[in-house]
Structure formats: C-alpha cells, structure tokens
Design a protein around this ligand. Sequence first.
Ligand code: SAH
Length: 233
Amino acid sequence: MRQFFALQDLNINDNYHFDEEQLHHLKDVLRMKENDLMRIVCSNGKAFIGQLHFERESVFATILEESFVTDKREITMVASMIKREKWEWLIQKSCELGVSKIVPLESKRCIVHIEEKQLDKKLNRWNKIALEACQQSNRNTICEVVEPIKLKDINEYKADINFVAYENENTKLLRDALKDGSVCFVIGPEGGFEESEVEFLTKQGFETVSLGERILRAETAGLFVLSVIEAYQ
Ligand code: SAH
C-alpha cells in the first residue's frame, strides 16, 4: 500500500488534504483513483489507512482507521561525512534499512567540510532525501538528519548499546555486541579514524567492533551494520 507523510496530526474521520508535491505524485505518477486506499503517517508517528476522494477542486483522503507498524528499535548512525554523492546515497539507503537518526560527524580525516553558510541548505537537502526514502519504504517514522557534530559532542547521542566500527578490531564481532535496546553506532570516513579518536570513543563507552576481515567502504560499512541489526531481531 502506498504511503504518505502528513506533517500534522490526524484522527479517524478527518480529511487530509495533500500538498502540491503529493498531489502530483498520487495523480500523475501513481495514477491513484477514487476510493483507493493508502497509509498516511502523521507527525506524531501514528499511521492511518486513508481513502482517496476527488471532489471538484479538492483531493483528499478520509481517515478510516489506525494502522499499526512500528520501528523495532531506535537506531542512531553517527557517520563521518564522506563525498557528496556517496553521502547522499548513504542517507537514502540507511533510511530504507531503518535508521532513526543520522548524525554527520566531522572527524579528523574527513575531506568534506560544510561551511556555516551552506549548512541550512545542506540540512534541508539531506532531510528531503531522508523523508522521501522513509516514505518510499513505507516507514512509520521519519529519519532526521541533524547538524554535523565533532567527536567531543558524541555523548549527546548515546543509546543503550554503543559501538564504533573499527577495522583494527580483530576479536569482537558486531553480532556479538548486539542485544536488545536502542543502538548508537559510529562509522569512520574514507581514510578511517585516527587511533586517538578510537581511544576517545572507547573512553566514552563505545565498544570497538569488527565488521569482518574485509575492509568496507564507509558507506558500505553503515549499511552492513544496519542490515546486521535488522537480521538480529
Ligand atoms: N583505514 C582504512 C579504512 C577506512 S574504511 C583505510 O583507509 O584503508 C571506512 C570506515 O568503515 C572505517 O572507519 C570503519 O568505521 C568502517 N569499516 C570498514 N571496514 C570495516 C571492518 N572490516 N570492520 C570494522 N569497521 C570497518
């Protein structure tokens, strides 16, 4: 069933009026018709089944009943910023794989730096990519991409289980570090983390884990972690 995000709260019997972009999508792309059903997710995370109606000028969905599909757990990905195309690809794919929050990290070997004056524009673009990917993959929740942080601010994002993917970790595998609860994981940039950064993270309670013997690209590493978490539960 197709899904739309309504950036407002809704209740049963309400009529939800689509915005321009959604209208174009449902009429011209999906070619939806009178009485078609869809999932509509509200800003408070509740999802409903809506039924489409075309009435003269207006196109709206009547909210019929609540629909229950929830994320299995909160997952925060703290990912060192990488080159634009790969970064945007990482946002899109990690949303499909269930990430709840993406925290861009400026680590020492990052070759990408976002200037203050570009920040709003970038954040808007990243969040738009995230929203579309969440919508497309029928999620109930919208993943948020927050402002870039430095490593010293990492504690703000700690969860029940915290780890950093580190290619020099030889013994502890990711699957052995997993248990129930919220997760926060950290991924390095193209050139990896410096040792001092990994030491800092360890001191903050982030356990180093291996993703296997092969060295993965940063964006592959993020998606690998999310897939393993998905398979674990
Ligand atoms: N230092 C390396 C690799 C960087 S890979 C180099 O320059 O060759 C980019 C990031 O992906 C790493 O910082 C790490 O977080 C993650 N990563 C890639 N392969 C990994 C593995 N086998 N185990 C754990 N983490 C890995």
